[in-house]
Design a protein around this ligand. Structure first.
Ligand SMILES: NC(=O)C1=CN([C@@H]2O[C@H](COP(=O)(O)OP(=O)(O)OC[C@H]3O[C@@H](n4cnc5c(N)ncnc54)[C@H](O)[C@@H]3O)[C@@H](O)[C@H]2O)[C@@H](O)CC1
Ligand SMILES: Nc1ncnc2c1ncn2[C@@H]1O[C@H](COP(=O)(O)OP(=O)(O)O)[C@@H](O)[C@H]1O
Length: 496
């Protein structure tokens, strides 16, 4: 897991590296600038392009000055630096790099007021005005200047973080910072890059290594971790010799209704492909023919007007919710399972029932997994104006209720009962199609049946689901939920 840092912790990592490597801070800045330029040149190899580099007077601006210098040395002849002189203060390393730039042949303009910004001739813009030192929203001259730069409508590369974007913490409801095409950031992605609101600030980001001390970073106390493929490979266990269906657990999926039987089929299909030894689908009678013809491996437990499950302890894992429908019977059924006090995977309509029965939330069995998307989450725990606030609630609720909350999105957040948030990096917009969440539920319950811990089952489920979608999307505009369900077996095999 990659430990993600706040800006304050990043500053500590800078300081630690400077003292212990040891490396002078100006040399660390140079290293950061080189890493930026290396990545930039992979994208932009036409050195005849006009590049405008906007530099503030802090360390972010210092990076910008070094970047301008390096671009000149890499054959970019048309580089022009705009020094944004809207603040008194300047950082010592900015001052050193300004001196170096003054001694070079790089063109430079000083912008003392917004109206000085005229006739910018640029094909590309590098934004190094403010970085992770941002301490309040842009206002006054800074806001006006950034507005002008955005109006130029050029491709913008931001250094470390787009000017005006908070690297972590609650984001304002309106964004008035730089709109970057790409942000090349140092050492770690910014926590807020994983929130959907970040799309207003940067279309994409790339992380470059600048040689900060990794041991120090990994040991920092953090709420946020980024899941890596290596973590998944460590958790996954191969199928054992002499094993049999009983070795891999029996999963029960309570799902489906007259018009939403597909959800039950998709969850069950995913459960089979993610390796449960036995899968039973608890569905209405009307779905039995469909189940038996499309998924003959799955057993059926008819559900019409059923308000409890006989002998729930015979299943190693139980999921409830996909396409379930909201009815008095389903509410009774959910309540009886909650009262039974064995962990559950709760999705879709079962979450919607919970939202109406807040009294049941407090009774949720420990180690249960909730898998809401944003709307289901807000129905459960109240409206949230921003994703940061939603994540804080998810973190608190997971801890308070001793459950795992899988808050789904492009990047899904797996919130543990210890109050940690694990960010899943796999998945893509080709997966934005109905039924995809049903498949995720099926995969997670399959991992639970195979006796992975609650947290590991949630983490594995999200990663495998997204990876299957990524593998499929390599040559597809859109991927369907059933394709993801089938592909998950291949995704797991590839990782073991
Ligand atoms: N020091 C180092 O060794 C390294 C620093 N790095 C760079 O340093 C950056 C952080 O540098 P700094 O901490 O100097 O911070 P910044 O360069 O982001 O800016 C700091 C200055 O901006 C002012 N400021 C903050 N918010 C403002 C607002 N809304 N309006 C107007 N002024 C505002 C602050 O008062 C402060 O004077 C990183 O983003 C990265 O680019 C990298 O070079 C890596 C190594
Ligand atoms: N743009 C995307 N990028 C990554 N994953 C996505 C994207 N869109 C959807 N998904 C994934 O698909 C699933 C959708 O779940 P959900 O909204 O519950 O779907 P449904 O109710 O149709 O089954 C989630 O796991 C989500 O992470």
């Amino acid at each position: 897991m990659l430990t993600l840092l706040t800006s304050a912790q990043t500053r500590l990592a800078d300081e630690f590296t400077i003292v212990n490597k040891p490396i002078a801070s100006i040399d660390l800045m140079e290293k950061a600038a080189r890493a930026f330029v290396k990545s930039f040149l992979k994208d932009e190899f036409d050195a005849s392009k006009h590049v405008a580099v906007f530099c503030g007077k802090g360390n972010n601006g210092g990076d910008g000055l070094a970047i301008a210098h390096l671009l000149l040395n890499n054959g970019y002849e048309n580089v022009k630096v705009y020094v944004i002189n809207l603040s008194e203060k300047q950082s010592p390393d900015f001052a050193i790099n300004l001196q170096r730039l003054n001694e070079s042949r790089c063109k430079k303009v000083v912008i003392d007021k917004v109206s000085d910004l005229k006739n910018v001739k640029a094909d590309l813009i590098i934004d190094a005005i403010l970085g992770s030192g941002l301490n309040k929203s842009l206002e006054g001259d800074y806001a006006a200047l950034v507005k002008q730069i955005n109006k130029l409508n050029k491709k913008v590369y931001s250094v470390d973080v787009p000017t005006g974007f908070f690297a972590e913490g609650r984001l304002p409801e309106t964004y008035n910072g730089i709109k970057a095409y790409k942000t090349i950031c140092f050492q770690r992605p910014k926590i807020n890059f994983f929130l959907p609101e970040s799309i207003l600030a940067t279309e994409k980001y790339e992380v470059v290594d600048i040689g900060l001390n990794e041991d120090f970073i990994q040991k920092q106390e953090s709420d946020f971790y980024l899941i890596e493929q290596g973590d998944i490979q460590e958790i996954l266990k191969p199928r054992k010799l002499f094993s049999h269906k009983g070795t891999y657990g029996h999963a029960l999926i309570i799902a489906g209704n007259t018009n939403t039987m597909g959800a039950a089929l998709l969850s069950s299909m995913a459960c089979l492909h993610a390796g449960a030894g036995l899968t039973t689908a608890c569905i209405p009678q009307s779905g039995l023919i469909a189940l038996n013809t499309s998924l003959p491996e799955v057993m059926a437990l008819p559900r019409d007007e059923c308000t409890r499950i006989e002998n729930p302890s015979k299943y190693q894992a139980i999921a409830i919710g996909p396409g379930l429908g909201i009815s008095f019977e389903n509410e009774q059924l959910l309540e009886s399972l909650i009262t039974n006090n064995e962990p559950l995977v709760i999705d879709a309509d079962a979450l919607n029932i919970l939202a109406e029965r807040q009294d049941l939330i407090e009774k949720l069995p420990e180690n249960s997994i909730l898998t809401p998307h944003m709307k289901e989450f807000d129905r459960l725990f109240g409206e949230h104006a921003t994703w940061w606030e939603r994540l804080q609630t998810a973190k608190e609720k997971a801890k308070e209720l001793k459950i795992v909350i899988v808050l789904k999105n492009q990047y899904t957040f797996v919130c543990s009962s210890e109050g940690k948030i694990y960010i899943n990096p796999t998945g893509n917009p080709a997966m934005a199609q109905g039924g995809m969440g049903d498949v995720l539920t099926g995969i997670i319950v399959a991992f639970l049946a195979q006796k992975y811990s609650t947290l590991n089952a949630a983490i594995l489920g999200c990663f495998i689901h997204g990876k299957a979608g990524d593998d499929l999307a390599k040559d597809k505009f859109v991927v369907t939920a059933s394709q993801v369900a089938v592909k998950s077996a291949e995704a797991i095999r590839e990782l073991i």
